[in-house]
Design a protein around this ligand. Structure first.
Ligand SMILES: Cc1ncc(COP(=O)(O)O)c(C=O)c1O
Length: 332
């Protein structure tokens, strides 16, 4: 865990850096759980075949499980995915089946249709991450790690929502362990999970496009607040974190960090806020860390960069002012 910001009133914003898992993402946790459950339930037999539509992180997680346990894996993907995730899956021996991405959004519906067809025609096992309860159960260990590493309760947990597994799975287990955490789910502006109008977005992994039926792993009863963040704010936050800390996080983590930084000043003193960082920024060097890629999509915004720098500076100054005020009181 890494402390990204602190307030003069004693609140802390910590990042849970899930990119240090094998495959550079939290999603290896759920891939493992889904495959082990399928083996237990007899849905996967030695030498079997797995098929899953993916934006890449579930795909590399399943690729690792396939290597480890001797399966063939077909990933149904589109060009909305980061090129590095596609290259990584190919490097791990995954069969990639491409569906056309219609311009500037993920082809979530089409990817599912094709995966279903492959599963029906070949008898391959389709874990179906949007509906498989073992996705959410994959984060039981993450909840326990958070409480153990912090040694205190978490007051706010902020995370990006796609299938819902990461946030809902972690929150459910935290509450089972007695936590009184408030959960904040984040999706791209243009995604429809929290009821907003559909539109284009470039954040990959989180969100659901217009026309998609949100799966059962998004449990709204576990998400206290649902927030949308546009691509400029999401990518700017990731880029500023890289410049100020040297840690590269993915674009959906940038969105969650943007929300957390805005809320940190408003929460009760001495609170602990945690952002789940789903994946590594190294997967996005060609996109969100590439000025040309951003400029082509009108997503490079210097004013947004400056605004966020000022917010970080304000937190730093608030800590200094608080300690100066304390010193002045003691000097009376
Ligand atoms: C980069 C990234 N962020 C966020 C998410 C959303 O996680 P979940 O599907 O568990 O809601 C994913 C899922 O693939 C992802 O790859």
């Amino acid at each position: 865990m890494f402390e990204l910001a602190r307030t003069g009133s004693g609140s802390r914003l910590l990042l849970k850096l899930e990119q240090y898992n094998p495959t550079g993402s939290c999603k290896v946790r759920m891939a493992r759980e889904m495959i082990l459950a399928a083996e237990r339930e007899g849905k996967l037999r030695p030498g079997g075949h797995i098929v899953e539509p993916t934006s890449g992180n579930t795909g590399t997680g399943l690729a690792l499980m396939a290597i480890e346990r001797g399966y063939r894996f077909t990933a149904v993907v589109d060009d909305h995915a980061s090129r590095d995730k596609l290259r990584a899956m190919r490097a791990m021996g995954v069969d990639l089946v491409f569906v056309e991405s219609k311009g500037e959004g993920p082809s979530t519906l089409e990817r599912r249709r094709v995966a279903g067809e492959i599963a029906r025609a070949s008898g391959a096992f389709w874990p179906d991450q949007h509906h498989n309860p073992n996705n959410n159960l994959g984060y039981v260990g993450l909840a326990a790690e958070l409480l153990r590493d912090l040694g205190t309760d978490i007051d706010y947990l902020v995370g990006a929502v796609g299938t819902g597994g990461t946030v809902c799975g972690t929150i459910k287990e935290l509450r089972r362990l007695g936590s009184r955490v408030t959960s904040i789910g984040v999706e791209p502006t243009g995604s429809i999970i929290f009821g907003g109008p559909p539109g284009k977005y470039w954040q990959t992994g989180s969100g659901a496009p217009g026309g998609f039926t949100v799966g059962s792993n998004v449990d709204h009863s576990l998400i206290d607040e649902g927030v949308t963040v546009d691509d400029i704010d999401a990518f700017t936050a990731a880029r500023i974190v890289a410049r100020r800390t040297g840690i590269l996080v993915g674009g959906t983590a940038g969105a969650a960090i943007h929300v957390a930084l805005k809320q940190l000043a408003l929460i009760e003193p001495n609170s602990t806020m945690v952002v789940l960082v789903c994946d590594a920024g190294e997967k996005y060097l060609d996109s969100i860390y590439n000025d040309d890629w951003l400029r082509e999509r009108h997503l490079l915004n210097e004013a947004a960069h400056q605004r966020l720098h000022r917010l970080f500076d304000a937190y730093r100054d608030s800590v200094q002012l608080a300690s100066q005020a304390k010193a002045a009181v003691f000097a009376q």
